[in-house]
Design a binder for this molecule. Structure first.
Ligand code: ZN
Length: 269
């Protein structure tokens, strides 16, 4: 299993500025290729890296915010017989709940009809193209889930957008690699609840029975970048003894060996 970060930015200020890209996570497994949370620019970056999205198998959405889902329709349009594994509010056609969510459905009815859909919520499971997906509970300000993704005998956790809550650790226990969307630097509090802080990551990792071998921080705001990503990852690593690094745009991780390949520019390998 190989994961390429088609972007490591998140939040509306970063999304509109594109200082860090917002293309999501591209997974290549033995049986399947798919994109998780394709925000704006995802398709263009995939092409610029020489990837071939027309041959991919599907799209996975943790929630309907544009920095996670903007390019979903574009990919579904171009793929042949795609699967779609999506948090349920991404694909509802009508306003079926009492709460009003202005972004949904973020996948159009046409593209919903084209895809083989797995409707996901926390603790729901889907087995698609040889990949096992389990929805993990999020504490975000709109409906969202994270994922536990299992393929090629490897389990990877992806928290998506969530503040730490007690019990979160049980969702990711035993994952070899844990990708955490991180917004709030050490010792700080966000104006709006529902985002992961460095303090929250420390609580999460220290509560885990079987800790990951590697934690990768992702989904950066300007706030976290100004607070020095190297410093923030060291604070986490020192407090938890779990190897921690921040992701860079277009970097690749081999989930089996945990070898990281950084992007060195067009045409350079
Ligand atoms: Zn969000």
């Amino acid at each position: 299993m190989k994961i390429t970060f088609l972007g490591t930015g998140g939040g509306r200020d970063m999304m509109i500025a594109q200082v860090r890209k917002t293309g999501g996570l591209f997974f290549e497994t033995e049986k399947s290729k798919f994109i998780v949370d394709p925000g704006p620019g995802s398709l263009v970056h995939a092409i610029s890296l020489g990837l071939q999205p027309e041959k991919w198998n599907g799209v996975v959405l943790s929630h309907f915010h544009p920095d996670h889902a903007n390019d979903a329709n574009v990919y579904l349009d171009g793929m042949k017989e795609p699967f779609l594994v999506a948090e349920e509010h991404c694909i509802l056609n009508k306003r079926q709940t009492k709460a009003e969510f202005d972004y949904y459905p973020c996948v159009t009815p046409y593209h919903q009809a084209k895809a083989k859909i797995s409707v996901m919520k926390a603790d729901a499971k889907a087995d698609v193209n040889g990949i096992k997906f389990t929805g993990t509970k999020c504490n975000h300000y709109d409906p969202a889930i994270g994922f536990r993704i299992s393929a090629d005998d490897i389990e990877v956790g992806y928290t998506s957008d969530s503040a730490y809550y007690k019990g979160m650790e049980k969702h990711y226990d035993g994952c070899k690699l844990l990708i955490i969307n991180t917004v709030i630097p050490k010792g700080q509090i966000a104006k709006r609840a529902g985002y992961m802080s460095v303090d929250g990551i420390i609580s999460l990792l220290n509560a885990m029975k079987q800790k990951p071998q590697l934690v990768v921080l992702n989904h950066f705001s300007f706030w976290l970048m100004r607070s020095n990503l190297w410093k923030q990852e060291k604070i986490i690593q020192d407090a938890t003894k779990v190897k921690t690094m921040h992701a860079d745009d277009f970097m690749t991780i081999d989930a089996k060996t945990l070898a990281v390949t950084k992007y060195r520019g067009p045409g350079k390998v």
